[in-house]
Design a protein around this ligand. Sequence first.
Ligand code: PEP
Ligand code: MG
Length: 328
Amino acid sequence: KQAAYAKLRDVEPFTRCGTRIQVMINAGLRDDISALAMTGADGVGLFRTEFQFLVSATLPQRERQTRLYRDVLDAAGDKPVIFRTVDIGGDKAVPYLQSEHAEHDENPAMGWRALRLALEREGLLKVQARALLEAAAGRDLYVMFPMVSEPWEFDAAKQVFEDQLNHLRTKKKLLPDSIRFGAMLEVPALAEVLDILLPRIHFLSVGTNDLTQFLFAADRANPKLAERYDWLSPSILRFLRRVSLAMVGQQVELGICGEMGGRRLEALALLGIGFRRLSITPAAVGPIKELVRKVDLGEITSAMNGWLSDPTVNLRKELQAWADQRGI
Ligand code: PEP
Ligand code: MG
C-alpha cells in the first residue's frame, strides 16, 4: 500500500468525471511541511499556529513567530499555506496566558478560547498579525480565524491585521503580494448568518472536530462519548449540506479541515454533498487521492441526496456498500 501511495504522489486528484479535488494537509510544526513534497498535497489547509505556544514555557516573542512562519512558507514553496491564528483554550490550555482565568472556565471548549481570547488579548493578536505579515513579505498570505461565532468577530480580527498592514506600509516595508482572510465554521450559530459573513470572506473552512461537539453537545475529549456520535449521522451531514448549498454561486471557497475529511466513507459523503477541498492528516492524502479518482460526483451526489432524505437510513452501511460495488 505504501508504495501505491508514493506512486500517487505526482498524480492529481481528479474524479472519474474530471473534477479536480483539492487535497491539502493539516500541520502545526515546521517539520510537518515536508509532508507536502512526500504526499504531493496541494498545500496546507490548516496550519495550527498555537502549537508553537503550546510547546513553549513562555509567550513566543514576535521574532520567533516570524521565523517559524517564514520557515513554513519557505518549506511550502509555491504551495499555499493557510495560517490559523491562535486557538488557545479548550483542549489546548496555555498556562502563561490563562492562569488568571482558568479557574472560572468550567466548560473550556465553550469558554474563553481561540478568537474570543485573541480579541481581548489584543496585544497577542497584534504581534501574531505583524509576524505573519512580515513573514509573508513578497508572497501570498492566507489567514484564517478560529471559532468565529458572529461576523463582527471576523471584522474585528481582520481589522487588527489591517492596522498592522498600515503600520508596515507607513514604514515602507515590503508587504505580502496578496492577503486572503477566511473563517472557520465550527460554531453552529455562524451557519445561520452566512448571508452576512460570506461577502466579507475569501474562504470558509469547516472544522468538524469542534462543530460535531457543539452540534451534539458532546465533549470531543470525553472517551465515553467518542464512539457515540457518528460523523456519518444525518444531523451532521444535513447541516454540512445546507452550508455547502448556501455557498453555491458565491465567490467564497469552501473546505473542510476536521479529521472527518481524512476518513474513507466520510470523504465520500463530503464529496456527495458538495465539498471539493479537503484538508486532512498527511497519512490520509494517498488513500484519499486514490478514492477521489474512483468517484463519479454525479453518482455520489444523487446517492447522498436519496439517503439524506430518509433519516432512518444507516449511512455508514449504505456508503460502504456503494464503495464496495465500485471497488473503492
Ligand atoms: C476542528 O475543530 O475541526 C479543527 C480543525 O480545529 P482543531 O481540531 O484544531 O480544533
Ligand atoms: Mg477547532
